[in-house]
Design a protein around this ligand. Structure first.
Ligand SMILES: Nc1ncnc2c1ncn2[C@@H]1O[C@H](COP(=O)(O)OP(=O)(O)O)[C@@H](O)[C@H]1O
Ligand SMILES: [Mg+2]
Length: 246
């Protein structure tokens, strides 16, 4: 991989196998499966994606619902393995993919902060040191001992973002999360992203706010039905996207 790149995708394809038939019961499903009579439809979610993202870049991914944005982020994070093609990344990745992924909603925020820390491979001692920062950034100190199932999506996003950014990852991946919190919190997250960029962190953002992408990103990729429609400078890609969707 080119040393100046944080991410390289080459000829990446992602297929999902989906059952074609509506079956009446689980029993019917297993019978069909056992007799190899179950028909699967091959759904191509991403086709021939070639993409390199430079270290220190803020990279946006645009596209309508279902165009393959989250799938791309999951492949970059290593959560999904592509059906074909190669994926290379450099350094530690902090993926903020789905709201609440990595949280046990039955547990309190306090418990989840420690749980998340251990999933990320951090010691209890390290988490003790970071705990106050996380709580302060998330502004959730009053709700720390409430099970997270009682949280709004904005509150979950606050805790998630605070944990993902407690250390400076080499690559920060943010899927739609900046759009759920309130305006002030979004600004705070944007400031933290901007701070990270003074270091060498690469940030990859999916947002349905075109304005947010324009504010934060240097380069963008526009996905359309699983294919790259355009990659380039944010201004050019966003303008083309706007005109296309008018
Ligand atoms: N695990 C899965 N199984 C089957 N189809 C999936 C799966 N994940 C995503 N898809 C399909 O792949 C397409 C792209 O999904 P996604 O990457 O989530 O799009 P976006 O984030 O741009 O809205 C959609 O049609 C979606 O239904
Ligand atoms: Mg998505």
């Amino acid at each position: 991989m080119d040393k100046t790149n944080a991410v390289e995708l080459k000829n990446v394809e992602m297929h999902f196998n989906m059952s074609k038939e509506k079956l009446e019961s689980l029993k019917e499903y297993f019978l069909k499966l056992a007799s190899r009579n179950l028909m699967f439809e091959d759904f191509v979610a991403l086709e021939n994606i070639n993409l390199s993202i430079k270290k220190g870049d803020v990279f946006g991914i645009l596209g309508l619902n279902g165009s393959g944005k989250s799938t791309t982020l999951k492949i970059i994070s290593g959560i999904l393995e592509p059906t074909r093609g190669s994926v290379e990344t450099s350094g530690v990745i902090a993926p903020l993919i789905e709201l609440g992924a990595g949280f046990d909603m039955e547990l309190t925020a306090r418990e989840n902060i420690y749980l998340n820390g251990s999933v990320l491979g951090f010691s209890k001692k390290f988490m003790d040191e970071k705990f106050d920062d996380i709580v302060e950034f998330s502004e959730m100190s009053e709700f720390l001992d409430v099970p997270m199932k009682n949280y709004s999506s904005g509150m979950v996003a606050r805790i998630g973002f605070a944990i993902a950014t407690m250390t400076t990852p080499d690559i920060l991946i943010v899927d739609e999360i900046l759009s759920v919190g309130d305006f002030l919190f979004q600004k705070k997250c944007e400031n933290r992203i901007n701070e990270m960029l003074k270091g060498d962190t690469t940030v990859i953002i999916v947002s349905h706010s075109l304005e947010q992408i324009e504010r934060l990103c240097n380069h963008c990729m526009w996905l359309d039905k699983g294919k790259v429609k355009m990659i380039g400078d944010t201004n050019e890609v966003c303008e083309a996207y706007r005109n296309f969707n008018k």
